[in-house]
Every structure is written in C-alpha cells, then in structure tokens.
Design a protein around this ligand. Structure first.
Ligand SMILES: Nc1ncnc2c1ncn2[C@@H]1O[C@H](COP(=O)(O)OP(=O)(O)OP(=O)(O)O)[C@@H](O)[C@H]1O
Length: 299
C-alpha cells in the first residue's frame, strides 16, 4: 500500500490505514478534505470510501461540486488538505478534457504514450510496450483507428483512445472523469462494457458520471456529493434513491423498474418540469412512472 501525499497528514495514522487495508482493497480513503486555498470554501470534507479489486465506483453530484478535484486527489495530481488516501495500485487517470491541442500524433502513438511510466528517460518503447498498446487498442475497440490522426477524431472517439492509453499503462486502478459524457448511446454502452470487463478481470474503476443510469447499471458502490460537508458512500441501489437524487439535483427524480432486453432494471427519470412538450403521450403527473409496464407485460 502507498499513501499519497496529504498536506498536514500524520504519517503514523497513514501507516495504520495502510496496514488495515485488506488484500482485496485497491484504495482506501478516509476523512478527505480539499479546498483550493485557505480563503476558498471547502469542496469536500470527511469524504471516505473503500474500493475493492473488481469493483466500479461511480461518483455523482451537481456541476462544480468538486468531483474532478476529487479525482485529481485520488490520482496524486493534487494533494488533499486533510485526510488519508492509501492505494495498492498504480492509478491511470483519464481526464474529461480531451482536446487534441494541436498534436500530430496518431492514435497508436497516443496509446503507446501510456507506457511511459515503464520507460527510462529517452528510452524507446520496447516490443512489449508496442504489444501492450496494441492489446489495449483491441480491448477498447479502437485498433481500426491506429494510423489515424488523433487530432482528427471526434471528441467521443478521443475519449475511447484515452481510455485505451490508460489500459495500456498497465494500471490496476483506472480513474476516469465522465468517460461516457461525449459518447452516443452505442458508444456509452461500449465504454460501460469495457469498464465492466476490466473490473471483472480484477481491476478497480472509479468514474464520475452525470448519468445515474450508468451508475445503476455497472457500479457496486456510489459516492454522492450532497453538500460540501456531506458526501455519502455505499451500495449504489441504497445511494441512488429517488429522494437522494431529487435532493442532490434539486428536481423530482423517480427511479422506476422497467423491462429491458437483458432483464428488469432500475432507471432514473428526472421531471424536467414545465419544458415538457405539451403533446407528450404520457405527461408528467398524469400517471405515476412506477406504473410503466414491464416488457413482459407489453402487448
Ligand atoms: N485550479 C483551480 N483553482 C481554483 N478553483 C478551481 C480550480 N479548479 C477548479 N476550481 C473550482 O472548484 C470547483 C469544483 O470544480 P470541479 O471541476 O472539481 O467540479 P466538478 O464537480 O467536477 O464539476 P463538473 O461536473 O462541472 O465537471 C469549481 O467551482 C471550480 O471553479
């Protein structure tokens, strides 16, 4: 277990945290707090969770609440002001902003960069690095774009390439900032499938999302930003209840069970209010959404 640097941390406490973590634990976080400076408000305090191998943790909350900041703390890019982060794995960080920044790299070169932590300064990638990059591109389904210019890909395509780069790095723990935010429905399913596959191979995945459905679909646990001193962590079904989601996002959200091709699922349906189109076949309020028929009941 490695303890990431924390401002004003007590090292004795850190080592006892590390000792307490079990073999299955990839990351343990307790009492975490962060603010950008002493004159800025706390973005979060007393934040804690445990991530086991093979688990996907989803982090949800309103815009500007501190989710990206938390991911940067978990990845070692920012030092929290207080609390403890202990981790048993190298962390691969996939940022939300995937601008090309004028790069002239191919997709294969971008993914190969994920191997940099395995190389000494100025060392050329070895055969095994190319093999790892090729395997990662196959895994994420971007091998067909290997020779394309990264800068010429769409935002969603770039998102997939950056996920492949993190996979190529060999990190056991991936931390992803809204990995499906720029993707169409098919590619959302593809990314969630890739992340679920990585988790079933024993990796850990931490992702932020603005889609409660994604969390309900793939996450064992969820971390909910309710307020700056109120973050809640626990089993996804217990966290993402109608009342909790409604409180977090400030509008009514119901969580009906609906039938899908792959079985009954809980989904989150927000009531966006007066903007609902007037010719909607099932206006909000005319029938409780929990009465949506299950697929097997449909004519
Ligand atoms: N480098 C920085 N210095 C000062 N304040 C910052 C910095 N980066 C972010 N912030 C502020 O911290 C707050 C949280 O930002 P953050 O990006 O973590 O939120 P978020 O929950 O990820 O938001 P979103 O859902 O919109 O992506 C915001 O008010 C933001 O303006």
């Amino acid at each position: 277990m490695t303890t990431l640097p924390v401002l004003d941390s007590g090292s004795d406490e850190a080592s006892s945290q590390a000792a307490a973590a079990s073999e299955a634990t990839l990351m343990q976080v307790s009492g975490l707090g962060f603010r950008y400076s002493r004159v800025r408000p706390w973005l979060f305090r007393n934040l804690g969770f445990t991530l086991e191998r093979g688990e996907i943790l989803s982090i949800l909350g309103p815009n500007a609440r501190g989710k990206t900041t938390l991911l940067k703390c978990l990845s070692g890019l920012l030092a929290p002001r207080e609390g403890q982060i202990t981790t048993a794995a190298a962390v691969g960080y996939v940022p939300q902003d995937h601008g090309a920044g004028g790069t002239s790299y191919t997709v294969a070169e971008m993914v190969l960069m994920g191997r940099s932590r395995h190389l000494r300064a100025y060392q050329s990638p070895r055969r095994e690095d190319h093999d790892a990059a090729d395997a990662a591109m196959e895994r994420v389904g971007v091998a067909g774009w290997a020779n394309r210019s990264y800068a010429e890909l769409s935002g969603g395509q770039r998102q997939l390439v950056l996920i492949a780069r993190a996979v190529a790095s060999g990190s056991e723990l991936l931390v992803l900032d809204e990995p499906a935010s720029a993707l169409d429905l098919h590619n959302q399913s593809r990314v969630l499938g890739v992340l679920a596959g990585l988790a079933s191979d024993g990796m850990g995945v931490i992702m932020t999302t603005h889609h409660p459905d994604h969390a309900l679909h793939v996450s064992r646990n969820a971390l909910l930003f309710v307020g700056s001193d109120d973050t809640r962590w626990g089993p996804t079904d217990d966290m993402l209840t109608s009342s909790a989601l409604s409180a977090v996002y400030g509008l009514p959200i119901c969580t009906p069970t609906v039938g899908t091709e792959s079985g009954n699922r809980v989904i989150a349906v927000p009531d966006f209010g007066p903007s609902c189109r007037k010719d909607c076949a099932l206006p909000f309020g005319s029938a409780p959404l929990t009465s949506i028929p299950l697929r097997k009941d449909l004519p």
